[in-house]
Design a protein around this ligand. Structure first.
Ligand code: 5GP
Length: 244
């Protein structure tokens, strides 16, 4: 099974996909055309953990390599990374991602981390260990909004589930004047991030930065947020990808 392959450290994709299936992933520092079909030796690939700065963009090579190795490009522009990020969680990698963000946001005051259910929670919790064990609050996808509770509420369109969700955060966990780091696994159309920003604005919280694992750079959302003054740090930037 794909899980078993991933458990063994081998890219599940390498066993199933045809030779013609390619994913092109280009970062600010390396521009490559990578075959998703890995050769057997690639299972043992020695990945490094370093980072470069390219303006406000960052690359964590280990994450980049992992996306190349285990990522699967699905129709509809979905990059599937469920063997280490979205379903099975590589917590050692999450921990190193947290350390990387702590370096990138060094000197910032962070009182709490805000993310959105569900894929953001694991990476946010690991990140919190590197920000002085600050609390992690996640916006919950609710079936309905109970207006009796003291809630910050909005709706979010889910790219992967293709429908709108009410999203709530209790006012008990997000306060006026809080310095907040926003964390999410993907920055694609930016809708989830816009709603987190809106929730912070509504609460009167101060956004210190936006920490993203994988930015789909070709959708230009990250740069739009940067132009608006947000400090957006993405550990991997996908410049383009093809499922063919
Ligand atoms: P956005 O609102 O920026 O379009 O997307 C936010 C959410 O959609 C992310 O938190 C992530 O869960 C999901 N998402 C967007 N694009 C992708 C993708 O290519 N692959 C996966 N696995 N999730 C994605």
């Amino acid at each position: 099974s794909s899980d078993r392959d991933a458990e063994q450290g081998c890219p599940a994709s390498s066993r199933r996909r045809g030779v013609g299936q390619l994913a092109r992933l280009c970062s600010p520092s390396i521009r490559v055309f990578v075959a998703v079909d890995a050769v057997p030796g690639r299972c043992q690939a020695d990945v490094r953990q370093t980072s470069d700065m390219d303006g406000k963009r960052t690359v964590m090579r280990e994450l980049e390599e992992r996306i190349r190795r285990d990522g699967i490009v699905r129709d509809g522009g979905v990059l599937k990374v469920d063997s280490f990020l979205n379903h099975q969680c590589d917590v050692a990698l999450f921990d190193r991602m947290g350390a990387e963000w702590a370096t990138l946001f060094r000197g910032r005051r962070v009182d709490r981390i805000l993310t959105i259910e569900s894929s953001g929670i694991g990476i946010a919790c690991c990140a919190a260990r590197h920000f002085g064990d600050v609390p992690v609050v996640f916006a919950k996808k609710a079936q309905s909004i109970n207006l009796d509770d003291d809630l910050l509420a909005t709706t979010v369109y889910s790219f992967t589930k293709r429908r709108e969700f009410p999203v709530i955060v209790s006012r008990r966990f997000l306060h006026q004047g809080d310095h907040v780091l926003l964390v999410d696994d993907f920055l694609a159309n930016g809708r989830a991030m816009e709603w987190l920003i809106k929730l912070c604005d509504e609460a009167g919280a101060i956004i210190e930065g936006i920490a993203i694992a994988v930015e789909k750079g070709f959708q230009d959302v990250g740069d739009r947020l940067r132009r608006r003054g947000y400090d957006v740090r993405s550990l991997a930037v996908v410049r383009s990808m093809d499922a063919d």
